[in-house]
Design a protein around this ligand. Structure first.
Ligand SMILES: Nc1nc2c(ncn2[C@@H]2O[C@H](COP(=O)(O)OP(=O)(O)OP(=O)(O)O)[C@@H](O)[C@H]2O)c(=O)[nH]1
Ligand SMILES: [Mg+2]
Length: 492
């Protein structure tokens, strides 16, 4: 029967490093009485059992059944609750041979350690209050960060500042509601709405959460990479440029027009930012059925590109395919390719003179591309390029500053974004309810003024608070937890 993350905690073990040959490998084990469970597999059980938490013990890993020494190992001992998982834990550093790893895991299994589920160590850290859900997700994001920007954002989230901010917003909102309930009992008819429920802090939370939700586009950009699409007429050198940028012969290049029939993609990094480069089928008149399908895909990809590279053949001038893309995307980076050829026409203004064959114009292309990426990043953050003026009195200056404060933290997952959106939508409803009310108290039975809409307000504020609670994992359902942690890597 398959195990679940929510089963009572067993002893678990898994390889934490990549399988294969390496200098060292680390095998982690965790669970109640894990150190005692591991002791029979170790040549110095007394030293192990006496070892304090966060210490190292040197010895041999033994086959319990035969007493055979399998490897020389160094064991890191962690004791509950001051361990990464909150349970007793050992981390065995052995030599990184697949044979040793297999034997160690088999002996551990025979000694009662089950194979850990993906992300089960992190799940236990979450279940034992060592990490909230945003922090647990940040561990996975740190391990799988495709570039330095995504790494920097993950390590910040792992620090817990974002979670603390969300928890503070949640408890303050619920506190305001509780206070409103009390104040209502004592409200005078001539009191103002702000005496019952102060709107300003609510508005401030709403704005802060909205800024945070807006950082998702930058998080997505850093995690998935900007989609850079190469498009143009057939035979202009798109695949040659693709190969040049990814530094390998990935795409087929040939003098025959219509060589690329379907798009191909490859990831690379520029100035710390990940890119997904996509080579597409060229556009030409009178294509066959399959080629026409490929051309349709090229158009869709160009339309959805973060950055479009439009290539034209310098030996023949602008083709109808290139013109079509330029009409669709006037913001495209324009490359006048094959300038090395004797037949090349001069590059028109606004075009980079380029040669995919010789790499001419490449520094110009890379710096233009980097500039576009930075622009994309700034736009995703909702920033203007200038540094914020701390004395800014205008709306824009204040909005920029708020954006930067929220962008200290960047949300990285669609789950986080949609829960923030839900909280913002509920707070918008709550603010609309307060605005529509405008005054009047139910405590005065003769009053004809509308009653304070406590129930409707409470409903919206609780929903906003619940969305934040789901975000940090305080009230996440077992299904949600299972779905999140099963996406983590093994041994994490
Ligand atoms: N002289 C010269 N030839 C080039 C250059 N770039 C590409 N070519 C040649 O142009 C021809 C077409 O190149 P590809 O890279 O396959 O062109 P493509 O745009 O991908 O073509 P399709 O996939 O058919 O749309 C090949 O013979 C290349 O060697 C260049 O900078 N200079
Ligand atoms: Mg091609």
């Amino acid at each position: 029967m398959s195990r679940s993350y929510l089963d009572p905690p067993l002893l678990i073990a898994a390889l934490a490093t990549v399988p294969g040959t390496s200098a060292l490998a680390v095998i982690r084990a965790s669970g109640p009485a894990c150190i005692e469970g591991f002791a029979p597999c170790f040549s110095r059980p007394d030293a192990l059992l006496a070892a304090p938490g966060h210490s190292l013990v040197h010895g041999s890993f033994l086959d319990v059944a035969t007493g055979e020494k399998i490897d020389d190992v160094l064991v890191a001992v962690f004791r509950a609750p001051a361990s990464p998982t909150g349970e007793d834990q050992v981390e065995i550093s052995c030599h990184g041979s697949p044979v040793i790893i297999r034997r160690v895991l088999a002996v551990l299994e025979a000694a009662g350690f089950s194979t850990a589920l993906p992300g089960e160590f992190t799940f236990r850290a979450f279940a034992n209050g060592k990490q909230d859900l945003v922090g647990a997700e940040a561990i996975d994001e740190l391990v799988s960060a495709p570039g330095d920007a995504a790494r920097a954002e993950a390590i910040k989230r792992l620090g817990g500042g974002l979670s603390r901010r969300l928890e503070k917003a949640r408890s303050t909102m619920l506190g305001l509601l509780a206070e409103a309930e009390v104040r209502l009992d004592y409200a005078e008819e001539d009191g103002s709405p702000a005496d019952i429920f102060p709107i300003e802090p609510l508005q401030a939370f709403r704005d802060e959460l909205a800024s945070l939700a807006a950082t998702w586009s930058i998080g997505r950009l850093h995690r998935e990479g900007a989609r850079v699409v190469i498009a143009g007429s057939t035979n202009v050198g798109k695949s040659s440029l693709f190969n040049l940028l990814v530094r390998e012969e990935r795409a087929i290049v040939s003098p025959e027009p219509g060589t690329t029939r379907d798009w191909i993609e490859s990831d690379f990094e520029l100035a710390g930012l990940p890119l997904r480069l996509i080579d597409t089928a060229g556009i030409r008149e009178g294509p066959g059925h399959i080629e026409a399908l490929g051309m349709e895909r090229s158009r869709t990809l160009a339309e959805g590109a973060d950055i479009l590279l439009c290539l034209a053949d310098a030996t023949s001038g602008l083709g109808s395919g290139d013109e079509e893309f330029l009409r669709m995307r006037p913001d495209a980076i324009r490359l006048w390719n094959k300038v090395d050829s004797a037949a090349a026409l001069p590059a028109p203004p606004g075009w980079i003179a380029f040669s995919a064959l010789e790499g001419r114009g490449l520094p110009d292309l890379l710096s233009t591309l980097e500039g576009k990426l930075r622009e994309l990043e700034s736009r995703a953050r909702g920033w203007t390029e200038a540094a914020p003026d701390p004395h800014a009195t205008d709306e824009k200056g204040r909005a920029d500053e708020k954006g930067r404060a929220a962008a200290d933290f960047v949300v990285a997952r669609p789950r986080q974004k949609s829960l923030l959106d839900r909280a913002v939508a509920s707070l918008d409803e709550a603010l609309a309810i307060l605005e529509a009310w405008g005054g009047g108290f139910p405590s005065d039975s003769r009053s004809t003024a509308p009653a304070f809409p406590l129930d409707a307000l409470a409903l919206e504020l609780r929903d906003a608070a619940d969305a934040l609670g789901e975000l940090t994992g305080e009230i996440a359902s077992p299904e949600v937890l299972e779905a999140i942690f099963s996406g983590f890597c093994l041994g994490k």
